[in-house]
Design a protein. Structure first.
Length: 252
């Protein structure tokens, strides 16, 4: 069951807790994928679900940024005050050519999907060879998944092992797994003011255990089919009869 795009927008852009969550997860994403550098200038960066809060750092330097929002969720113009890059799409049929995306971020997509395997197949299709994706999902063991006061309390939460297995079944190669969102899902001022400190402490002390979300980085590796060598062997002449004299018929 997908959340409504207006509820997601209101949480991330109109509440202090949502802005703190956005900042914590975005800082983790940028730490994994720096938003500057010559390589980024030629890349297409896409986000699916409600990943647009994490895409803003890439707007200036990436060749193209696309925000994909599922039809069951709804779409909103984004970014505010700039040319729109968001688009409404079917969950398993994105308006992107095969292999066109270099970096893909999925947030509020997997846990609310009605067909997770097909969604993962679509992620695989749009990524180019060597492309990378970040899957961000609610942590089953964290404090945010049981709370329905935030978007991370809806849908199916994951453990790190479940997310890793899903990625492998879909043909991806897991590269790195990390976590974010260590503050409790509380609107109290103390937690909001100290959120940056809790992110630093949580990463060093508790790892994934107490985090609100799990972040898995995967790559798409397309391996060439190994050459069996059969064709070259068949084309070579047999040498077993070398030196044999050809039979000649005797005159009568």
């Amino acid at each position: 069951m997908h959340l409504d795009v207006l509820d997601l927008r209101n949480f991330y852009y109109r509440t202090q807790l949502g802005r703190a969550a956005q900042r914590a997860i975005r800082d983790k994403v940028v730490g994994l994928w720096p938003a500057t550098g010559p390589a980024l200038a030629g890349q297409t960066v896409a986000g699916y679900g409600f990943a647009v809060p994490l895409l803003r750092p890439y707007l200036e330097h990436a060749r193209r940024v696309i925000g994909l929002m599922p039809a069951a969720q709804g779409v909103m113009p984004w970014p505010a005050g700039q040319p729109n890059v968001s688009v409404l799409c079917e969950e398993t049929r994105w308006p992107i050519e095969t292999g066109r995306v270099d970096r893909l971020i999925v947030m509020h997509g997997l846990e609310t999907s009605d067909n997770t395997e097909a969604l993962m197949a679509e992620c695989w299709r749009v990524l180019g060879p060597g492309g990378r994706a970040l899957f961000i999902v609610p942590n089953r063991a964290g404090l945010w998944a049981p709370s329905e006061s935030t978007p991370f309390g809806f849908g199916k939460p994951f453990t790190g092992g479940q997310l890793d297995q899903l990625a492998r079944r879909s043909g991806f190669v897991p590269e790195r797994q990390t976590a974010a969102l260590y503050i409790p899902p509380s609107h109290r001022r103390f937690w909001l003011r100290s959120s940056a400190m809790w992110e630093r402490v949580g990463t060093k002390v508790s790892g994934v255990l107490a985090a609100g979300v799990i972040v898995l980085e995967v790559s798409k590796q397309v391996h060439s089919r190994p050459d069996s060598g059969l064709g070259s062997k068949v084309r070579r002449p047999l040498s077993i009869l070398e030196g044999a004299v050809k039979p000649v018929s005797k005159p009568i």
